[in-house]
Design a protein around this ligand. Sequence first.
Ligand code: ADP
Ligand code: MG
Length: 481
Amino acid sequence: MSDWESVIGLEVHCQLATRSKLFSGAATAFGAEPNTQACAVDLALPGVLPVVNREAVAMAIRFGLAIGAQIAPHSVFARKNYFYPDLPKGYQISQYELPIVAGGHLDITLEDGTHKRIGITRAHLEEDAGKSLHEDFHGHTGIDLNRAGTPLIEIVSEPELATATEAVAYLKKLHALVRYLEISDANMQEGSFRCDANVSVRRRGESRLGTRAELKNINSFRFVERAINVEIERQIDLLEGGGRVVQETRLYDAERNQTRAMRGKEEANDYRYFPDPDLLPLAVSEAWVEQLRAALPELPDAKRHRFAEAFGLSDYDAGLLTAEREVADYFEATLAAGADAKLAANWINGELTAALNRDDLPITAAPVGPSALAGLLTRISDATISGKIAKDVFAAMWLGEGTADAIIEARGLKQITDTGALEAAVDAVLAANPAQVEQLRGGKDKVLGFLVGQVMKSTQGKANPAQVNALIREKVGSGTA
Ligand code: ADP
Ligand code: MG
């Protein structure tokens, strides 16, 4: 075990899925022509005034309720001043001393199946900046202000994550939660869900936190994990070599798999925060909060518990099924179409997930939908086909060859239920393998598997293995072979 332990705190910027911006009526849709979705307010033309978007506030409150946080009845928008080419106002409207959401938590599942509660310090509303585009401009920088003013919540965790794996588990949980809540599409490629990771190390047992470095804007779960791990290694090497960690902002270079210094870490006072005089304090009534609470959907943890309880699934399987809302929806639709719950859980977490991963598809684009899958699973349940044959049928369904029933029919895959036919197949195998039959009769049970396998082979897998097993025992035992 290493002498060192790592400490990680995450800041996540999550774009809220409102149609218009946080303080203006301009559209937020992703992918528009540059600078076609920035109005006078976003451009900070003289005389404009911001007006807060009620829907964005509602989304922040929904988030706060989902993590068991306090919703501030009174919060304040502040100006965070800094100069950057994609920030026309010269400040970003954010929340500082009085954020709308404070003090919630998120429970993550660790690799050993236990759960750990991670504190969430705060979540505040703020506007996004524009984008500086460095590619395609031959030594110049293009400025696209479409993103300027897009609503974000910044979700700040306590420094309570111990490893990169825990950090990723936290991020995935958060990602799923905002999608369940339908407050963000959380598309990481499009930058709707971005993460800064604060990383420090300390000697095991030390109570004081070490000096942290902040890794900026990492845009995939895989890179978050790698970036944190190389940063931990860098800090340990540095400290063991007698050096010290400086508080700074670092960039992760995925190609080289290393982090490098970007700038010294700014302190809060560098930003000269002050309450925005153009905006009234944000007042949120209790009645509104209660109305939003009543309208919350079933959340991932509650769904996981319900699935485990109602269908007798393990916590692990229920966790897989609820890790993404679309998977949970798929599972429930499969049950609604008549499938057995345990069988459906096994198939969705097994065969279906493997096929989706292989073809790099989201579950919503699966070539085999919930009712088609239910059609297949029903044929396993009613013993028309074995689980093994079902895998072949599934593969054919995936390739668009038709429904389970059509494929079973066309390929003649029905299990042999006629006992006469089954007996004939068993007799033939026993007659062809007299040595093994003798061994079995002598008590060598291992050859039973071999003989069953031969029957399965001669019937192209269409026999019921349990039935074959029983038949062989009966015949060998009674000496009729
Ligand atoms: P800032 O906004 O300037 O980055 P904050 O105090 O808001 O600073 O902290 C940001 C994040 O850094 C939080 O998620 C917090 O948990 C984390 N953090 C603070 N100190 C440490 C530390 N020593 N090691 C790891 N993470 C830390
Ligand atoms: Mg920070």
